[in-house]
Design a binder for this molecule. Structure first.
Ligand code: AMP
Length: 212
């Protein structure tokens, strides 16, 4: 894809489906701006920003942050209108309608994953505080134990990666976010998000017609 082309993508999927992993890989290889609302919220929490303080209580319980707050947040990030990957936004119909008013969405990648698999993935997830690289205690442990192999940053577990919170996040996905699958029907690329990160990445790039 060249810089003068435009492709706006939404990544849809249950928590733990691999949205962050796959989108971070795509932005490394193509000219996309990555807009992850989860990452933006966590940054605000770290900075003790009032918006972050407000959002944290919703996030810690596995609930969605209110639509009005999220829509305002996305609007402040829209410095460019093309070649954006929206990761974790929209998560409700109201957010999808608002996004259609802000910009045009070309394709929606839906990462499909069994919910049982998600629980295993997320309870073992450990993230580098410094570079954001994601490990897994069983499937991809850091060779340096509790610090990152790449940058020596400390590894941490997200507060919302506790089993009870994950179950709540999955039920929120089913009731509030899954209806977007139908909303985006004509733009949907369904990808089975099982197997290796590389296999899934290949399915996504082929499905989108992107050659690496
Ligand atoms: P994520 O990192 O995408 O799994 O997001 C972590 C948490 O941030 C979610 O469980 C929600 O509490 C909150 N969040 C992220 N994106 C949104 C959104 N578009 N709408 C509402 N809440 C969100």
């Amino acid at each position: 894809m060249s810089e003068d082309q435009s492709l706006n993508l939404v990544f849809l999927g249950a928590p733990g489906a691999g949205k962050g992993t796959q989108t971070k890989r795509l932005i490394k290889n193509f000219h996309f701006k990555h807009l992850s609302t989860g990452d933006l919220l966590r940054k605000l929490i770290q900075e003790k920003h009032p918006l972050g303080v407000k959002a944290k209580s919703y996030m810690d319980e596995g609930n969605l942050v209110p639509d009005s707050l999220m829509i305002d947040m996305i609007k402040t990030q829209m410095h460019q209108k093309k070649n954006i990957i929206f990761d974790g936004f929209p998560r409700t119909l109201a957010q999808a309608v608002a996004l259609d008013e802000i910009t045009h969405i070309d394709k929606v990648v839906f990462l499909e994953v069994a919910h049982q698999e998600v629980i295993q993935r997320l309870t073992g997830r450990r993230i580098c505080k410094q570079c954001g690289f994601e490990y897994h205690v069983e499937f991809l442990p850091s060779k340096k134990g509790s610090v990152c192999e790449k940058c020596n940053g400390a590894l941490y577990q997200r507060d919302d990666d506790q089993e009870e919170v994950i179950k709540k996040r999955l039920s929120v996905f089913t009731s509030l976010t899954a209806p977007l699958i139908q909303y985006y029907e004509g733009k949907l690329l369904r990808v089975q998000a099982m197997g290796t990160v590389e296999d899934i990445y290949q399915k996504i790039t082929q499905g989108l017609g992107l050659s690496s």
